[in-house]
Design a protein around this ligand. Sequence first.
Ligand code: ZN
Length: 246
Amino acid sequence: MQLTTRGIILRQTKTVNDMRMLTLFSERFGKISVAAKNDNFRGKLKSSLATRPFTLGNYDLYKNRDSFRMGRSETLRSFFGIGEDVDRYMEASFVLEFTDKILEENAPAPSIFQLMIDYFDALEHRTREMSFLTTVYQIKAVKILGYSPHLRTCVHCGKEKPDYMFHVESGGAVCPDCARDNGLIYHSDSDIIDKIKFISKSSMKELEKLYLEKQSLDEMNSLIRRYTRYHLDISDLKSESLLLDH
Ligand SMILES: [Zn+2]
């Protein structure tokens, strides 16, 4: 059966017999494994371009029971600017690997698919502090998956208080009283909760030109990494060790 879907390649590995195995994030079927011939990757044909990284492609797939085989592909949009800059490249590589980890196989995730396109688009236009957009991506992906931190009231006592701190393991906002009673060590940036709320309700496009102060950015990046690692059970991302500012 032949099917067509838009998609972004998350990962590819060479296998035997001139073949490769692709992990394709498809719009229609979610994350799927697709067998492709090396020929799909060669030559100057337009169809070979859709197998480059950071490319939105249109893919013809042949489905046989639970496996997919790649047919023709064409490039819908190539995010050239990402591959041409080392910071952009590393941030986007992290997002591909992160997304590969959070998606279940064969489960459509159209909101995250669109989020990734918006992220690539914003990243291509941004000129510095690329890591901020990666943090935005993670906050939004976590929200789509239903793992958003609880930020409206204190996670421990449930009360509304004038100010909170963010505590990763507790899953969100903790008031100073509960933090003291539980011996929690928490964050120094008292605005961080307002910043996360603002990011959650703004679009990637709106955030594309927002810049935080360096200390604030570093704190936010490290906090979101720790949050996703703890609550989504994500660890040891290969691309993470390459990031300069984590
Ligand atoms: Zn409390």
